[in-house]
Design a protein around this ligand. Sequence first.
Ligand SMILES: [Zn+2]
Length: 192
Amino acid sequence: MNPETALPWRGGWYSRAHTLPSPHCDARPEGAAVDLLVVHSISLPPGQYGGADVAALFLGTLDCGAHPYYEQLRGLRVSAHFFIRRDGALLQFVDCEQRAWHAGVSHYRGRSRCNDDSIGIELEGLEGEAFEPAQYAALAELARALALRYPIAHVAGHEHIAPGRKADPGPGFDWARFAKLLCLPHMRLPVR
Ligand SMILES: [Zn+2]
C-alpha cells in the first residue's frame, strides 16, 4: 500500500477538516522546513462565537460595514491554515504546502518571518479568556496529524513569536494541559 494513502492528508489538505480555500496565501520559500505550529485566537465580533465572520475575514468576503469593530479590518488580507471552533469543528483555509498570512512580523527559534515555515492555527476565542475542552482535543489531534507530514519541532503562541505586538492566545490558553493531550514530548512548547 502506498503509505501516502494511509495518512489523513490529500497533499497539504487535512481530510478531517472542512475546507474553505482562501485566496490569502502564496508560495513558501524554496526548501522551507515547516517545523513550527503557531497558535492564535480570534472571534468576530470579538467575544461572539459561532458566526461566519472569521471565515469571511480569511476568505476576503467580510462585510466591513456590518459592525463598528470591522472598520479596522477593511483592506486587511489575512488567513490561517486552520480555524478551530468552540465545539472543536475544524476548518481549513490554506493548503499547508502554501504560506498562510497569520504571523506578520515575527521571530522564533532563531528565525524571522514565521509565515515562511509555520502552520497557523486559530482558536475561536478571546485573548485572555479560556478555551473549550473540545478545542484542546481538536488542536492536539491536528498537531499529531501535522507531525506525520511535517518535521514539527515547536509549538508557540502568536504572543511568543511577536512579543509586544501580539498577545494571543493569551493566559487563558493552558499550555500544560495542551502538552498532556499532545503527548509528543519532543515538541518544544513555551511552557511545559
Ligand atoms: Zn494571532
